[in-house]
Design a protein around this ligand. Structure first.
Ligand SMILES: CC(C)(COP(=O)(O)OP(=O)(O)OC[C@H]1O[C@@H](n2cnc3c(N)ncnc32)[C@H](O)[C@@H]1OP(=O)(O)O)[C@@H](O)C(=O)NCCC(=O)NCCS
Length: 273
C-alpha cells in the first residue's frame, strides 16, 4: 500500500443521487468524492453490517463535510513466466490503481434531539413512533431547528456541537490506522475552521436562529460528538472521546450505540455577520 491521500468535500447538492447505482449512472452534478465515500459506506455498512440500503444515504449527507482516504493499490495483471532453466521469458505485468478505502463525515448543528436511552431507531426514527407517523411521515427528515435538547453528562442541551459519523474503512485495509488518520484529519480541520458551520446572521436572520441579538447567535465552541457503535468505543477513546453516561444506550439499525464527546480548543471568535 502506498502513502494514502485524503480528499475533502464541503456541503454539496446531491439531488438525484441513486443509491447502489454505478458512478457512471449518477447525475453529473454529484461530486466524485461523494460517490467514492458512498462506495466505501455501501461496502462496509450495507455489505458487511447489513444496514438496509435505503437507510444509508440520508437527509444529512448534503449538509455534511465528507473526507475520503485513498490508497494506491498495485495489482498483478499477468504473473511472471519463466522457462525450464529459470529464465524470465515474460516479466510480471502490473498496474496501479488509486482506490477509495475509507471515509468519515461531519454533521453540522443543529441536530435531531439526543436519542432516547433504550430507544430502538431505524432510519433515524424511533420505533413505535414510526407506525403512528407513517401515514403523514415525509420521506425526507424535516429541517432541523435550533432548539433545546435534554441535558447529558457532556452536553447542557443548548451548546451547538458537531457530530462525526459514518466512519468506515474497507475490511482489507483495517489495522493500518486509516480510521485514526481520518479522525485526526477532521479534528485538526475543525481547529483551523472553527467558524465554518456558524450560521450567518445575514443569511439566516436572528429569528430563525432563536436569537434576539447577536450575542445569542449559536456559535460552535469546540464540542464534538459521536454516536459510537459499542464495539468501537475503545477506538474512539484512543482518539480522545469520552463516553457520555448521561446519554445512555440505544440501537440504530439494530446496532448498539453510545454517545461520546470531545472538546477541541477553540480561540474566542466573533459571530459570523
Ligand atoms: C472501526 C473501523 C473504522 C476502524 O478502522 P481501522 O483503520 O482499522 O482503525 P485504526 O487502524 O485506525 O485503529 C485505531 C485504533 O483503534 C483500535 N481499534 C480498531 N477497531 C477497534 C475495535 N473494534 N475495538 C477496539 N479497538 C479498536 C485499533 O487497535 C487501533 O489502535 P492502535 O492505534 O493502538 O493500534 C473499521 O474497523 C470499520 O470500518 N468497521 C466497520 C464500521 C464501523 O464499525 N464503524 C464505526 C462506526 S462508530
Amino acid at each position: 500500500m502506498g502513502t494514502p491521500f485524503i480528499n475533502f468535500i464541503g456541503p454539496s447538492k446531491l439531488d438525484g443521487f441513486q443509491r447502489g447505482a454505478p458512478a457512471e449512472a449518477q447525475p453529473a452534478t454529484i461530486p466524485q468524492t461523494f460517490l467514492e465515500a458512498m462506495e466505501v459506506r455501501e461496502a462496509v455498512f450495507i455489505g458487511e453490517q447489513n444496514v438496509p440500503a435505503e437507510n444509508e444515504f440520508d437527509a444529512d449527507d448534503p449538509r455534511c463535510c465528507h473526507w475520503v482516504v485513498y490508497a494506491s493499490v498495485n495489482k498483478t495483471e499477468e504473473a511472471e513466466i519463466r522457462d525450464e532453466q529459470g529464465n524470465v521469458v515474460q516479466p510480471r505485468r502490473s498496474s496501479t490503481r488509486t482506490t477509495p478505502i475509507g471515509t468519515i463525515r461531519l454533521v453540522p448543528f443543529p441536530h435531531e434531539s439526543h436519542p432516547e436511552n433504550g430507544g430502538d431507531y431505524w432510519n433515524g426514527a424511533l420505533k413505535g413512533e414510526v407506525e403512528q407517523q407513517n401515514s403523514k411521515a415525509p420521506s425526507v427528515a424535516a429541517p432541523k431547528t435550533f432548539g433545546i435538547d435534554r441535558a447529558t453528562t457532556y452536553h447542557d442541551g443548548k451548546e451547538p456541537y458537531v457530530k462525526l459519523g459514518r466512519l468506515a474503512v474497507l475490511k482489507e485495509f483495517r489495522g493500518h490506522r486509516i480510521a485514526g488518520l481520518l479522525v485526526k484529519t477532521v479534528m485538526s480541520w475543525l481547529k483551523s475552521n472553527p467558524t465554518y458551520f456558524d450560521p450567518s446572521i445575514k443569511e439566516l436572520g436572528l429569528e430563525q436562529m432563536g436569537a434576539s441579538n447577536e450575542k445569542e447567535v449559536p456559535k460552535w465552541n469546540g464540542l464534538v460528538c459521536v454516536h459510537a457503535q459499542k464495539q468501537v468505543i475503545g477506538a474512539w477513546a484512543k482518539w480522545g472521546f469520552e463516553v457520555d453516561e448521561g446519554m445512555g444506550e440505544w440501537t440504530e439499525e439494530g446496532i448498539a450505540h453510545v454517545g461520546m464527546f470531545q472538546r477541541v480548543e477553540v480561540d474566542s471568535k466573533p459571530a459570523r455577520i
